[in-house]
Design a binder for this molecule. Structure first.
Ligand code: XUL
Ligand code: CO
Length: 481
């Protein structure tokens, strides 16, 4: 091995160790001075974000980087306030535990409130920072994994006690002003989950995962969570040569059935959501995409109990667009929530970037506005998105969320324009108008048999086939941007 390779290996191992035990830096950077003491106190003098006041809407001509140009929470669009269409949520794991580490490089973010530890005191202080952040950003919701918000203890009991302490702080800070969009259990970081959790080949791991999800559901319920998410972090396989796929899928279904039973037992009324992803960390994740997930739910009689959380970056990893995944979930009556992010067109992994593409956001909002309930509540838009490794200023956390919120707000405004204009829906309606006939109605009602259709084909002769008008559709769409 060349010395450069050894250096890289050592660095990677360091990063892996770092990720396993804490997302915060393990030593205090020199420039944090006395505040970086690693102390046992969750106290913090003054504000976490001094100099940043509540982010306001200033309109499209504003040059203020800390203002909304398009998102105006109270403004009515298509009969609802923007904030009620969008229900934005801050993802605790990215915004407060994201360190900037990647497989090749050490952490780059050393937020002033971090003390370099993964202590309980630090966890409580971080929770206070979270609520100051969402208040200043003007967001009402947040999301978390159990492991993001509280450190592990030596036993399940100790771990649960730690979680309870932090959750009590979160409950107090939430008050009636803020809400939990969803909670989830993190079932992928610890080595015990290397073969999966509900799909592990080890029964002890299956039971451990059940205990963890049970607790995560309890605290989500306690915090008034509106949803609970299952993302199959390692529920999949690396090779079919050592895998009994049928058995693993059955185990997963039984695990989800047990979750439904427990939800009912504790009186948790939130929606259970499955978040599809095709690969990463496993070579093949079982919840590949929306269609695979819908089929799995149907096969196991779980469709009435679950909805789907579509993450845009996962959609593109599965070879679909986010719009395709949203439409697939929507037409199956399963669209429950959106993890609002995007990938990079040249990089083939889950880069979890803030969505900044206005066209993409308009397509996303088309699905949301068309959804059966006219929106996705009790779901929302969770920013499962992180700053780039190289973005290291505290204000970057605000700027990233502001652009993410403004982009989706622009998408919503554009959909309102498209609806008002009506030409796009006219184009689609006209395209199928040959079915708005007596025979079309019989086909759609399942009453047209092959003999009848053959009779019609003989009578009509060679059918005339009209233009699909794709470029016109694109022209109309673009005129709304
Ligand atoms: C991972 C991912 C997760 C889930 C929650 O790709 O999206 O953050 O959203 O576990
Ligand atoms: Co996600």
């Amino acid at each position: 091995m060349k010395s450069a390779e050894i250096l890289l290996l050592v660095l990677c191992l360091k990063v892996v160790c770092f990720l396993a035990f804490a997302s915060a830096p393990s030593t205090c950077p020199a420039d944090l001075g006395s505040k970086c003491s690693g102390s046992e106190s969750d106290e913090w003098e003054g504000e976490f974000f001094p100099g940043i006041t509540k982010i306001k809407y200033e309109g499209p001509s504003s040059k203020n980087r800390l203002a909304f140009k398009w998102y105006n929470a109270e403004e009515d669009i298509l009969g609802k306030k923007m904030k009620d269409w969008l229900r934005f949520s801050v993802a605790f794991w990215h915004t407060f535990r994201g360190s900037g580490a990647d497989p090749f490089g050490a952490p780059t973010k050393f937020w002033p409130w971090e003390d370099g530890t993964n202590s309980l005191a630090m966890a409580k202080r971080r929770m206070r920072a979270n609520f100051e952040f969402i208040e200043k950003l003007g967001v009402e919701f947040w999301c978390f994994h159990d492991k993001d918000i509280a450190p592990d203890g030596k036993t399940i009991e100790e771990t649960n006690a730690n979680l309870d302490e932090v959750v009590a702080v979160a409950k107090e800070l939430q008050g009636s002003k803020f809400h939990l969009l969803w909670g989830t259990a993190q079932l992928f970081l610890h080595p015990r989950y290397m073969h999966g959790a509900a799909t592990s080949s080890e029964v002890g791991v299956y039971a451990y995962a059940a205990a963890q999800v049970k607790k995560a559901m309890e605290v989500t319920h306690y915090l008034g969570g509106e949803n609970y998410v299952f993302w199959g972090g390692r529920e999949g396989y690396q090779t079919l040569l050592n895998t009994d796929m049928e058995r693993e899928l059955n185990h997963l279904a039984k695990f989800l059935e047990a979750a439904v039973a427990y939800k009912k037992k504790i009186g948790f009324n939130g929606t259970l959501l499955i978040e599809p992803k095709p690969q990463e960390p496993t070579k093949h994740q079982y919840d590949w995409d929306a269609a695979t997930t819908a089929n799995f739910l149907r096969t196991h009689g779980l469709t009435g109990e679950f909805k789907i959380n579509i993450e845009c970056n996962h959609a593109t990893l599965s070879g679909h667009s986010c719009h395709h995944e949203l439409e697939t979930a929507r037409i199956n009556g399963l669209l429950g929530n959106i993890d609002a992010n995007t990938g990079d067109p040249q990089i083939g992994w889950d880069t979890d970037q803030f969505l900044t593409d206005i066209g993409e956001a308009t397509l996303v909002m088309l699905s949301v506005v068309r959804n059966v309930w006219g929106g996705i509540a009790p779901g929302g838009f969770n920013f499962d998105a992180k700053l780039r490794r190289e973005s290291t200023d505290v204000e970057d956390l605000f700027i990233a969320h502001i652009i993410g919120m403004d982009t989706l707000a622009r998408g919503l405004r554009n959909v309102a324009k498209l609806i008002e204009d009506g030409s796009l829906s006219d184009l689609v309606r006209k395209r199928y108008e040959s079915f708005d006939t007596e025979i079309g109605a019989l086909i759609e009602a399942g009453k047209a048999d092959f003999e009848l259709l053959e009779k019609k084909a003989l009578e009509w002769g060679e059918p005339k086939v009209a233009s699909g008008k794709q470029e016109l559709a694109e022209m109309i769409f673009q005129s709304a941007l």
